[in-house]
Design a protein around this ligand. Structure first.
Ligand SMILES: [Zn+2]
Length: 134
């Protein structure tokens, strides 16, 4: 029994800017992402901002546990602790000496980027979606 309504479903996303359609398989029992970045049009980066151009869930989803994805397709997987830690390490490395307006860089609050990444990791929660390209 799945915990999430769209577990193992093939979901159709439509870009609100270029109208591009993409089928993405949810390969795990995780919630759907609210939006995904469009691989085709120039608005890809803006789509990270929910107000600027998220993709819409448009289609009826059909469950398919046996689906065989093709190379190059994007699929939804569970954001596991290892992936979360890798991303937190990347983020900590990038942000280590970066000084956002009116805020201190990470280097003023942590002994090392690793310590900062481990602190970020504390908010990891299982069951979150993550999109990978096969
Ligand atoms: Zn697009």
């Amino acid at each position: 029994m799945s915990k999430h309504k769209h577990a193992y479903h093939i979901v159709i996303f439509k870009c609100i800017t270029c109208d591009g359609i993409e089928s993405i398989w949810n390969s795990a029992d995780v919630e759907l992402p609210i939006g995904i970045p469009c691989r085709v049009c120039q608005s890809m980066k803006r789509q990270i901002n929910p107000k600027a151009g998220m993709l819409e869930f448009t289609g009826k989803a059909i469950p398919n546990v046996e689906y065989i994805p093709k190379r190059g397709e994007r699929v939804i997987v569970e954001y596991n602790p290892e992936m979360s830690l890798l991303y937190n390490k990347i983020k900590a490395g990038v942000m280590w000496n970066y000084k956002p307006q009116g805020r201190e860089p990470l280097s003023s609050n942590f002994k090392s980027p690793y310590d900062a990444a481990m602190e970020m990791q504390k908010i990891y929660k299982p069951g979150k979606p993550f999109i990978i390209t096969l």
